[in-house]
Design a protein around this ligand. Structure first.
Ligand code: CA
Length: 204
């Protein structure tokens, strides 16, 4: 199994500030571009140091945009990549920070989609403030699919599985493990985050 690291989710944990309520009664949607050519090769060393090497010509897994929607019943995310190749060792992730009543919980939609085994590809909703120790919520109302021809990943989760939050912060990560042993892990990754919020009055 992949070991989780603080670095992997750092981008998702930044925007934790409480957000003012919006006035729109419709679903909220936000789309943002992500830089191209910013995939990194990361090595976490036994002494706790981390080496990062830019891979500007690496297109596979390079996130180019994220679109998040906070609807009345579900949170949706659509991620586009410069290129996306089916690989057994990749994970497509969408960290979702859900705010309600002054508290926030950290979730993550996770989808592998690297094999033809649908059981392994079944998307999961994880929860936990410690990115190294997240647990499966058992939520069945989580969906994900990959269009490799279009280099697009689509995922969604019901608001009930997120505790019916009044606002969410949605992020995304591409993660591909290259090597792993007890002391050292090397992986390719890219990440982006986007803020989407929903007015309290729309809680259901
Ligand atoms: Ca990118």
């Amino acid at each position: 199994m992949t070991r989780f690291t603080t670095a992997m989710v750092a981008g998702a944990l930044i925007a934790a500030t409480a957000l003012p309520g919006a006035t729109s009664s419709s679903a909220q949607l936000k789309r943002e571009a992500d830089s191209r050519g910013d995939v990194e090769r990361v090595t976490e060393n036994p002494d706790g140091t981390t080496d990062r090497v830019d891979r500007p010509r690496h297109r596979d897994g390079d996130i180019v945009s994220i679109q998040a929607t906070h609807g009345d019943r579900r949170v949706y995310v659509v991620v586009r990549y410069a290129d996306l190749i089916r690989r057994a060792d990749m994970q497509l992730r969408a960290p979702v920070r859900a705010f309600k009543g002054g508290e926030a919980r950290q979730y993550q939609i996770r989808s592998a989609n690297g094999t033809s085994d649908d059981r392994l590809n079944r998307p999961l909703l994880l929860v936990g403030d410690n990115p190294a120790d997240m647990s499966d919520t058992g939520c069945r109302a989580v969906e994900a699919s990959v269009d490799f021809a279009a280099d697009v990943w689509r995922a969604s989760v019901s608001r009930s599985c997120l505790g019916r939050p009044y606002s969410v912060v949605v992020a995304t990560q591409y993660f591909r493990q290259l090597s792993f042993d007890v002391d050292t892990e090397t992986y390719l990754w890219d990440r982006h985050r986007v803020n989407v919020r929903l007015h309290r009055g729309q809680q259901r």
